[in-house]
Ligand binder design. Structure first.
Ligand SMILES: Cc1c2[nH]c(c1CCC(=O)O)Cc1[nH]c(c(CCC(=O)O)c1C)Cc1[nH]c(c(CCC(=O)O)c1C)Cc1[nH]c(c(C)c1CCC(=O)O)C2
Length: 351
């Protein structure tokens, strides 16, 4: 069955649909009372591992907000199930045994995501059936550097000293680890595509932890390899799926990120969208980039900032409206709805 609302996929492919499509990073989550109600009954990991429940929370923001795409409910770190690495969420991710020594790295397993993380593939099928082709479904993974950072640091980090130590002291081993991760993540995303997702997003949340020189040498080549491997895959009987690359960093690394052959470049909120378009080029499709903090402000401010972002986006080839990072758990869902409605209302002629 064809998808009813194609505005998101049309924009990803460089067209300008009648209404700018919009979705929110982390749109399914704790700011929604209906999500909290389910989380009272099951842990976060149980939720990820139970396809029917994952599908239910995936659809929640589509019902409440009227967004133009759904994103699979899961986490970038469940892929560790294909590596035999344990991760806990309380609520931030924590690894009981971070990977630190050469022996730890050599002992890693590079398994089969289709099998070892089969519950994600089943969740994709459950989401597709629950959505009934109302809007497209986005699959996702972490970028190699962000995923490797969690593996080495064992959780979130302020200064990323463990991963930098490995990168600078053992560059060959670090490079091999990144290459293996890139290859595993490609198979993971291709598995999601074959299970039915309509687009994929790669989250490089920690790209900004390294300076531009190290990003270019040690990080970006592996991100590019991942983007290329996924774009080379055409699912049987369907069009190739668009790839969105979201690297959270700063304006210095954006020019480098834009070298990746992703269909859509995600822009974080640290740069104005018109300036970002100058950097990535007017021939690219951009996604972003309202500061999630703006949704904690008053309604008039939300409306005016949404319109300013829409006006900035006119310089791009096409635009997918989004936040410049994940929505805060302290957001009033009514404010998120106002954002979506204001995007859909668009700019009046000449505004
Ligand atoms: C870095 C990262 C992670 N996970 C993710 C990223 C990349 C995006 C980013 O930069 O924010 C990606 C992610 N995590 C989650 C989704 C679901 C889909 C969506 O609605 O966007 C997605 C796309 C659910 C989640 N992942 C997590 C939650 C909260 C868990 C809960 O319900 O208790 C959710 C809804 C747990 C998690 N998982 C992670 C963190 C840092 C946390 C703690 C977050 C917090 O405390 O707000 C790792």
């Amino acid at each position: 069955m064809p998808i009813h609302n194609t505005s998101f996929l049309d924009a990803c492919r460089g067209q300008r649909p009648a209404r700018t499509p919009v979705w929110l990073m982390r749109q399914a989550g704790r700011y929604l009372p209906e999500y909290r109600a389910i989380r009272k009954k099951v842990s976060f990991l149980e939720l990820c591992r139970t396809p029917e429940l994952a599908a239910e929370v995936t659809v929640q923001p589509v019902d409440r907000l009227g967004v133009d795409a759904a994103i699979l409910f899961s986490d970038i770190l469940v892929v560790f199930d294909a590596m035999g690495v344990a991760v806990e969420f309380n609520p931030g991710p924590q690894l009981p045994s971070p990977v630190r020594t050469n022996a730890d790295i050599e002992a890693l397993r590079w398994g089969d995501p289709g099998e070892d993380v089969g519950y994600v593939m089943n969740a994709v099928r459950a989401c597709k059936s629950a959505l009934a082709d109302r809007v497209p479904l986005i699959g996702f993974c972490g970028a190699p550097f962000t995923t490797v950072s969690y593996l080495i640091e064992g959780g979130g980090s302020r200064d990323f000293l463990e991963v930098k130590k490995l990168m600078f002291c053992e560059p060959v081993m670090f490079g091999q680890l990144m290459a293996n991760m890139s290859e595993l993540l490609a198979r993971y995303l291709i598995g999601q595509i074959d299970a039915g997702v309509d687009a994929v997003q790669i989250f490089d949340s920690w790209a900004g932890a390294v300076g531009p020189r190290d990003y270019e040498t040690h990080v970006l080549p592996h991100t590019i390899a991942l983007v290329e491997a996924v774009r080379a895959h055409t699912p049987a009987g369907r069009d190739p799926v668009p790839v969105i690359l979201f690297a959270r960093g700063n304006a210095n690394t954006l020019a480098l990120t834009a070298r990746a052959p992703a269909d859509v470049i995600g822009i974080d909120w640290s740069i104005e969208l018109d300036a970002a378009i100058e950097v990535v080029g007017h021939d690219r499709v951009v996604q972003g980039n309202l500061d999630p903090g703006v949704l904690l402000g008053p309604p008039e401010l939300i409306q005016s900032r949404v319109r300013a972002t829409l006006a900035d986006a006119r310089a791009a080839k096409a635009h997918v409206f989004n936040l410049g990072h994940g929505i805060s758990r302290f957001t009033d869902p009514e404010h998120a709805k106002l954002m979506v409605d204001t995007v859909h209302a668009g700019l009046s002629e000449g505004a």
